[in-house]
Each structure stands twice: as structure tokens, then as C-alpha cells.
Design a protein around this ligand. Structure first.
Ligand SMILES: Nc1ncnc2c1ncn2[C@@H]1O[C@H](COP(=O)(O)OP(=O)(O)OP(=O)(O)O)[C@@H](O)[C@H]1O
Ligand SMILES: [Mg+2]
Length: 241
């Protein structure tokens, strides 16, 4: 059955060598799904395929029951209505915070200055950056930059967020705080979040479901508690320590 959220069926991908082998999985709506695996296991490649930045050799992808990729169909990334935050964040150095938000709001057709200001402040409040409108990325701390990247993606109105190692360069205290904010936002805005990381401790406390990837194959999937209780093999057991 094709469900809401994201459904992936039989994705295969090779570059010089084969990277993903017959990946099928479901990402449930309004939940946080963690994709966890060691470096080089194919996590970013999988996320790029979901977003449409990479074309798989085989397989199909459905987003909210709509086929966006199959042998015959290919929907462009900007038409998939997904929000991404990649590890390097991709902030625009020449734009202040307000301008980052304006750019997205204008692309959605919001051009009235008052309306833009109202929308921008509303979104920035969610990530506690509403007092930083005139500040440029180089004036922000690591955590504030991450929050700006999240605010920009929220401004798009996409309910599905794909986050690739979003908090990887932050100190543990800040990471904990931002994760808490992310969970609160997810609940408040009913977001569907795919959270990629190579670090089990980053995701086990917040994910509803975890998918463990190794060498381009799914090794185990399930609720964090189930995986912790019954790791399927030695590799997973050691990886989780
Ligand atoms: N465009 C590309 N061309 C050739 N090889 C690629 C390309 N993109 C990824 N790869 C290879 O695919 C494999 C998986 O890479 P990927 O970036 O998906 O891993 P990852 O799980 O995200 O790793 P990390 O945790 O280090 O970010 C790696 O061996 C990488 O070198
Ligand atoms: Mg990666």
C-alpha cells in the first residue's frame, strides 16, 4: 500500500561502484525517522535521491502517495515540496537573516513588505532568532547558523524536512538544546523529519524509528528501544556502544 509520508521501493545506485542495494523503506508522516550508518554507507546518496538531486539506477519513490521517481517519472527537486538542510548549511554570506527569509517568502509569492516582515518574524520566533534580523551569517555562532538554516527551510512551508547531519559541528550542550527545539517544532508544526547521522547518540533519544544502513544495505530497522534491546548482529551491537 502506498501511504502518506515517503515510500521508497527497491532503490539501487552505483557510481564507480555500487553504493545502494535494493533499498526499500517507509518514512511515516508526522514522525522523526533516523537514518544511521557509518561513514560511506550511502546515507547522503540516499537523501539526495529522495530529494531528486541524484537519479537512481532502479526503484521508485512516492511522496505523500505521489510518484516522484520511477522508470518513467522524474519530478524535479523544487517540485517535490521537500525542505533540506545539508551539513554545510548553504547560507548566503551576502544576505542578512531577514534577507534569507525574504528570498524564500518572495519565491512563494509573498511580496508585500509588511506581510513579509510578519511572516519572517513569526518563523524566526520559532527558532529564537527574531531579534537578529539585520545580522549576517559570519556574525552568527554555529548554533545560530543551524537555526537560521532551519528557519529558512520552515519558511518554505514544506512539511517534510530532510536533515543531513544537521548538528554535527556543535558542542554537546548546544546539540542537546537544538535537538529539543527540533522535537518541539516537529510536534507543533506536525513535521515529517528524516534525520541522517553517523552518530547513534544523536538520534536514539528523539527518533520514532531508526533505519541502520551499512555498505548500502539496510541492516535493521525499528523503534530505538527495539534496536537497543535486540541488535540484529555484532556490527550493530558494537556500533551502538
Ligand atoms: N557523486 C559521486 N560520485 C562518485 N562516488 C560517489 C558520489 N557520491 C558518493 N559517492 C560514493 O558513495 C559512497 C557513499 O557516499 P555517501 O556520501 O552517500 O556516504 P555517507 O553515508 O553519507 O557518509 P558520511 O557519513 O561520511 O557523510 C562513498 O564511497 C562515496 O565516495
Ligand atoms: Mg553523508
Amino acid at each position: 500500500m502506498i501511504m502518506e509520508g515517503i515510500k521508497i521501493i527497491g532503490i539501487e545506485k552505483h557510481f564507480e561502484k555500487k553504493i545502494l542495494f535494493d533499498i526499500s523503506l517507509e518514512i511515516e508522516k508526522n514522525k522523526i525517522t533516523g537514518i544511521l550508518g557509518p561513514s560511506g554507507s550511502g546515507k547522503t546518496t540516499l537523501l539526495r535521491i529522495i530529494s531528486g538531486l541524484e537519479i537512481p539506477d532502479k526503484g521508485a519513490i512516492y511522496i505523500n502517495k505521489k510518484c516522484v521517481c520511477s522508470e518513467k517519472i522524474f519530478i524535479e527537486p523544487e517540485k517535490r515540496n521537500l525542505g533540506f538542510v545539508f551539513q554545510d548549511l548553504g547560507l548566503w554570506p551576502h544576505m542578512n537573516i531577514k534577507e534569507h527569509l525574504d528570498f524564500v517568502l518572495e519565491s512563494k509569492g509573498i511580496i508585500n513588505s509588511e506581510q513579509k516582515e510578519k511572516e519572517a518574524v513569526k518563523i524566526l520566533k520559532l527558532v529564537k532568532l527574531e531579534n537578529y534580523l539585520k545580522i549576517y551569517p559570519h556574525q552568527l555562532s554555529g548554533g545560530e547558523k543551524q537555526r537560521l538554516a532551519i528557519a529558512r527551510v520552515l519558511a518554505q512551508d514544506s512539511k517534510i524536512l530532510l536533515l543531513d547531519e544537521p548538528f554535527s559541528n556543535l558542542d554537546p550542550v548546544l546539540k542537546k538544546e537544538l535537538k529539543k527545539e527540533l522535537v518541539a517544532l516537529q510536534k507543533k508544526m506536525k513535521l515529517t523529519i528524516v534525520y541522517i547521522t553517523h552518530n547513534p547518540s544523536e538520534i536514539f533519544d528523539i527518533a520514532d524509528k531508526i533505519i541502520i544502513l551499512k555498505d548500502g544495505r539496510i541492516m535493521q530497522e525499528g523503534k530505538p528501544k527495539e534496536i537497543l534491546k535486540k541488535p540484529k548482529n555484532k556490527f550493530i551491537k558494537n556500533f551502538l556502544i
